[in-house]
Design a protein around this ligand. Structure first.
Ligand code: GAL
Ligand code: GAL
Ligand code: MN
Length: 246
């Protein structure tokens, strides 16, 4: 439950009446190792315009690169691990920095190669927030199905397929999610198994065991060059993977 109000802004109106607006601290986590740092300045700039404009947003950037300093950006050093660990171990980085992150009321995580193009606002503020993957709308997707993996999803389970590119929730729930995913990924690694779609597979397992309280449409992970019957809010940018180094 979110019951801590971090900032109170009191605006006195011309009539001498005052209105009180509570603002939440919202963190946006972005892992950007290697060439992915090139996406971050534009992503932050777009976030300043469109991401939770009513709240106080902090950008947590985990990188081996550099970024210009800014009041709303926390840059945390993070080494490149190589594919697919750069993506799969994102939960390890978030978990390692749980002290800094727990100062937030809500925490979201996005891929680095994304861009806000319309408001992603208070409608996303919930306990456990998942985004429908644009490739599998209202259906089961490419789940991990090998029983040897802790991410395994059986034939009778699963109703949605969620994207690894954007998810979040209250700080408590987000940190619980990353802790659980990390434990499961480590168990898999001990058994020499890497789930089909890495952290996304584990995320889907988690959201079966802990149902999302908000399910966002593919507006919130909208592939740049696709045509879907949704409004574009958060774009997943087209990229040349060879150029980015995956
Ligand atoms: C990728 C992800 C990128 C970036 C990278 C790690 O899987 O799509 O946005 O986070 O991992 O540097
Ligand atoms: C692809 C996407 C991958 C993964 C996959 C799941 O479109 O690029 O990151 O989400 O779908 O099947
Ligand atoms: Mn991506």
């Amino acid at each position: 439950m979110i019951n801590r109000i971090k900032r109170i802004i009191i605006c006195a109106s011309a009539l001498g009446l005052s209105t009180i607006t509570a603002q939440y601290n919202v963190g946006l986590c972005i892992v950007a190792t290697g060439k992915y740092i090139q996406f971050v300045p534009r992503l932050i700039e777009s976030g300043r315009k469109y991401f939770c404009p009513n709240q106080k947003v902090t950008y947590f950037i985990f990188t081996d690169g550099t970024l210009p300093e800014a009041d709303d950006v926390v840059c945390l050093p993070h080494k490149r691990l190589g594919w697919p660990y750069d993506t799969m171990m994102r939960c390890e980085v978030y978990n390692r920095h749980s002290d800094e992150l727990s100062a937030m009321d809500y925490i979201f995580a996005t891929d680095a190669d994304m861009l806000f193009v319309d408001t992603v606002g208070d409608e996303i503020l919930g306990e456990r927030v998942a985004t429908q993957h644009p490739g599998f709308i209202n259906k089961r997707g490419t789940y991990e199905t090998r029983p040897a993996s802790t991410a395994c999803i059986a034939g009778h389970e699963g109703q949605h397929y969620f994207a690894g590119g954007f998810h979040g929730g209250s700080a408590t729930e987000f940190l619980k999610l990353v802790r659980t995913m990390l434990e499961n990924i480590k168990i898999d690694l001990e058994h020499n198994i890497i789930a089909l779609w890495h952290d996304e597979s584990h995320l889907n397992r988690y959201f079966i065991d802990n149902q999302p309280t908000i399910i966002l449409s593919p507006s919130y992970c909208y592939p740049e060059s696709w045509h879907l019957p949704y409004r574009k809010r958060l774009l997943a940018l087209d990229k040349n993977h060879a150029d980015i180094g995956k």
